[in-house]
Every structure is written in C-alpha cells, then in structure tokens.
Design a protein around this ligand. Sequence first.
Ligand SMILES: [Zn+2]
Length: 121
Amino acid sequence: MHQCDHCDYKSARIWCINRHIKTKHGEIQKGSGVTEQLIKRTSTQTQNVPIHPDTNKIIRQWQKAYKNMETRNKDLLNGWQNHNKQWQAAYRQLQAWREEDGVYANEEIQQLSYLNSDPRR
Ligand SMILES: [Zn+2]
C-alpha cells in the first residue's frame, strides 16, 4: 500500500499515487521524479541565467558588421560595374605592363646568365 506524501490518499498501485500527486498537488511523480526535478531545475537555471553584459554589445557589433557587409557589397557591385566599364582600358594597360615586364624579364635573364657565367671566367 502506498500513500500520498501530502494527504491521506492511499492506493495499492504506485502509478495511482503518482497520478494523484501530479493531478491533485501539481507535483512531480515519484520514481522518475529525480530526473524530472533535475530537468526542471536545469531549465529554471537556464532561464535565470543572467544575460552577459557584453551580449547586447556583441549583437550590435554583428549588426554593424552585417550593415558594413551590405554596404561593402554594394560598393563592390558598383565598383565592379565601374571597373567593368573600364575593363577594356584596364586590360590593355595590363597587357602593356606585361609586355614591359616581359622586356624587363628578358633583361634580367640576360643579366643572370651573364652573372652565372661570370665565376667561370
Ligand atoms: Zn494527496
């Protein structure tokens, strides 16, 4: 025979007691109660965890970073479109530089081969 902790209710079946306690007294069931109490306590603690003082600051930083990213992407897009307009000229300029570099590279190769051959003289 089991008895309710809170009143005189008795039953031969523990699950009847458990159901009685839960419905009549609004408490956690026996047996599995330890786990349920732990879960309840843990969730209560989680809810009661104070917000870190820097949380709002961090959120603001993220929001700022996101806005910056938006702005930067917009700038990048505009910049890319402008660059695209200038691409032909830029490409020709690049080719010209490459040709100049090619000339310099040839001169360097000649100098290097000269230096390399120098010790053997
Ligand atoms: Zn009771």
